[in-house]
Ligand binder design. Structure first.
Ligand code: ADP
Ligand code: MG
Length: 702
């Protein structure tokens, strides 16, 4: 990297230490290069003028020349505002200001001609109106006309206070680009520029800020987005190749007694094709002599647990132990019970280890593990504690992996001298593009098929005014012997508001469903584990008709007789989370339903999200939609790990094609030149090393 670009930002002309401080804290701009890559979020076209008669609804910001008249201060109930009329020979519109009313009133010169720039909105009884337009007198504009495509930058209040509003940032970029002249180094090799027709980095950087035309802007975006995504992929794939080559793994050569006995004598149903395929993929990995590091994605109810069990049996057949780690106590118990039930009288020792297992009961488990007598250990994070020592752990499975941090997963690796094979399972489908980046180091298996006989869940949207109808529907279902979940947003320590929601909810449910005709069970995160278990058991046994709960029931809970899922304050849930919750019903043979309760007056995005839920039962489609609507930062499954890098120009939601393209090219290059040692790739190697210095730990995500 050029030294000039690494200069501190305070040394740029017109910045100085005070502005530098704000740029540091508010925009993470420390160096000239940081400023240079502080890209505009959009451009506005100042090359064209519109006539007032040409204004249409839904136009972006436009530019008009007209005379200003009739400035008028209006006192509303709470706020003052200033309006004025802007007219040209074809008509007039309203201009309006809600802030700095006094100052603007003093500045405006009625009768004068102005160049005005802003977004017109249609207002009932008024016609078109433009709020807080940018404007200057025609005379002033003529001295230094703003023309062409002008960049807009994100700024904060603090930045605005010291003149670094979008216009101020634009000025800084101008100064910067003049100061660096041709010191912007190229980061892609010549052959790539030629082959894929990328413009140079220097050209792209200048054009992204100050493009001469829309076409040039497009080329700049194309080049910069590619570069950003390409280097992420190149880094991930290179690290992955390295791991694959250098991490040995246990060899599960045989399929033997336990696998076969289970498959032929115990399995109560036929495996789906998808389950068979995934078991084959895992079998291939674990018999390769290299460590397996695989992510298994499958929608709720697709039968991941059974796949996990088969894999554990393969490990046992080869003389190894296996463990299954899950995020909650309830889930651990459920898995423990269902594994035991599946195995029946098979001669295998399965143990459960969670936080609530008493000390005296732990000792025999610990002993059995270290002697190799325990074949399968199921538990919560209690099973990664230091005193848990395996004799020969060959396979570690993590269910609902997004609930675990990287550190916890890393601990599992260390439970064995040769790292065990790792299988992480998730029912929160991660969109392909995200999986390619965040979990790029994992191989991915997908179960894309539900066991036969499942009826799609019917989903609809209701609000408070329709509550009585919802109650009526609930009573009908209960009369048919069915059970119902009612879920409220999560209770966390700080959010007393949530707790109030749940308390109010329980109260109103009790009124609508009084004892002794109806029985309610309540579960929330603040309860002790044994209280939770009791309440869960109360519901599972069928004694309670309704389970009122927070999202603690989100993962894994299996009550086939439950047919209705009511999600309260649905607008506060993420799409994938709602899909998870919905997956709690539809597990038996009965038609199941999901009702999304919201308040009135939802935002446009929320409406769209609710619509997606009502329309689709497909977890992958929902996850993709979630990502498009909310951006990848909010996708479940990434909150824990976070995106391990900042994207400055591309978006995982919108640039999926570019991501795939960049990955293909990275793969192709590494295929031919795994260490990037060829002279024509030197620039790739250097740039990657440079970037790795700035990026912390993203290789460890697994
Ligand atoms: P997941 O963990 O993927 O959400 P589970 O493993 O809990 O799903 O499976 C959901 C239900 O489907 C369980 O009751 C399980 O026994 C059942 N199941 C799994 N595989 C099959 C299959 N091939 N045919 C029929 N039922 C199955
Ligand atoms: Mg599961």
């Amino acid at each position: 990297m050029s030294n000039l670009l690494q200069s501190e930002i305070k040394f740029l002309k017109s910045v100085g230490s005070k502005r530098a401080e704000v740029l540091n804290t508010d925009a993470q701009i420390y160096t000239w290069e940081d400023l240079m890559t502080y890209f505009p979020y959009r451009h506005t076209d100042r090359s064209k003028f519109y006539k007032i008669s040409e204004i249409k609804n839904s136009m972006p910001s436009i530019q008009i020349i007209g005379k200003i008249s009739h400035p008028q201060e209006i006192s509303g109930k709470r706020f003052k505002r200033l309006t004025a009329k802007l007219s040209d020979e074809t008509g007039s519109i309203e201009l309006v200001w809600f802030q700095s009313v006094k100052t603007i009133k003093e500045i405006i010169k009625p009768g004068e001609t102005y160049v005005v720039f802003g977004k017109p909105n249609f207002v009932k009884n008024i016609g078109f109106s433009m709020a807080h337009p940018e404007m200057e007198t025609l005379e002033k504009w003529k001295q230094k006309p703003a023309t062409g495509l002008l960049p807009h930058y994100n700024t904060t209040e603090n930045m605005k206070k010291i003149g670094l509003h979008s216009r101020g940032m634009q000025k800084l970029q101008e100064i910067l680009l003049q100061s660096v002249k041709d010191a912007i180094p190229e980061t892609l090799p010549d052959w790539m520029l030629k082959k894929y027709k990328f413009i140079s980095r220097s050209h792209a950087i200048r054009a992204i800020h100050f493009p001469q035309s829309i076409d040039e802007l497009k080329h700049a975006e194309y080049r910069l987005k590619f570069e950003e995504l390409f280097y992420i992929q190149l880094g991930i794939l290179k690290a992955r190749n390295y791991r694959k080559k250098n991490t040995p793994g246990y060899n599960f050569r045989d399929i033997g007694k336990y696998f076969n006995e289970f498959y032929h004598n115990k399995l109560p149903f036929e495996l789906t094709d998808a389950q068979k395929r995934v078991i084959r993929e895992i079998r291939h990995d674990t018999a390769s002599g290299k460590q397996m590091n695989r992510l298994l994605q499958g929608d709720v109810g697709s039968g991941k647990t059974l796949v996990a069990l088969f894999c554990m049996l393969i490990a046992i057949d080869n003389g190894y132990q296996a463990c299954l780690m899950v995020p909650t106590e309830i889930l651990a118990q459920q898995h423990f019970q269902s594994v035991k039930k599946f195995l029946g009288d098979m001669d295998l020792r399965v143990e459960l280890l969670t936080g609530s297992v008493k000390k005296k009961d732990r000792t025999p488990i610990h002993e059995g593990l270290s002697k190799g007598e325990v074949n399968i250990l199921i538990g919560t994070h209690a099973l990664i504690e230091d005193e848990v020592k395996f004799n020969n752990l060959g396979l570690a499975i993590i269910d609902e992996q997004h609930r675990f941090g990287v550190a916890q997963r890393a601990k599992l690796w260390k439970k064995s001298i040769t790292p065990p094979h790792i299988l992480v399972m998730t029912a929160t489908p991660i969109p392909r593009t995200l999986a390619m980046t965040v979990y790029g180091d994992l191989d991915i298996s997908i179960i894309d098929e539900l066991p036969p006989g499942r009826k799609p869940i019917k989903t609809w949207h209701s609000n408070d005014s329709q509550r009585l109808r919802v109650f009526k529907f609930m009573r009908e279902q209960i009369a048919q012997g069915r059970q119902i979940y009612v879920v409220y947003p999560l209770i966390s320590e700080s959010e007393t508001m949530d707790f109030k929601d749940l308390e109010d909810g329980v109260e109103s449910m009790l009124r609508a469903f009084p004892r002794p005709d109806y029985q309610l069970a309540v579960v929330h995160g603040k309860m002790k584990p044994d209280e939770k278990d009791k309440a869960m058991e109360y519901f599972k046994s069928g004694a309670a008709n309704i389970m009122v709960a927070t999202t603690v029931i989100e993962v894994g809970v299996d009550v086939p007789n439950a047919t209705v899922m009511i999600i309260e304050s649905a607008e506060r849930f993420g799409l994938s989370q709602m899909h998870q919750l919905r997956g709690r019903v539809g597990r038996g043979g009965n038609q199941s339903y999901c009702i999304l309760m919201t308040k009135h007056g939802l935002s446009e995005t929320t409406k769209q999200r609710i619509e997606v839920m009502c329309r689709s039962n497909d977890g992958f489609e929902i996850a993709e939609a979630d990502m498009k609507l909310r951006g990848p930062g909010d996708i479940e499954g990434t909150q824990q790990s976070g995106l391990p890098f900042n994207l400055k120009i591309s978006s995982l939601g919108k640039d999926q094609q570019m991501l795939q393209f960049s990955r293909n090219i990275a793969e192709m290059i590494l295929d031919k030149d795994p260490e990037l040692n060829h002279p024509s790739n030197t620039i790739l190697k250097n740039t990657l090393n440079e970037q790795n210095k700035h990026r912390q730990n993203w290789r460890l995500i697994s």
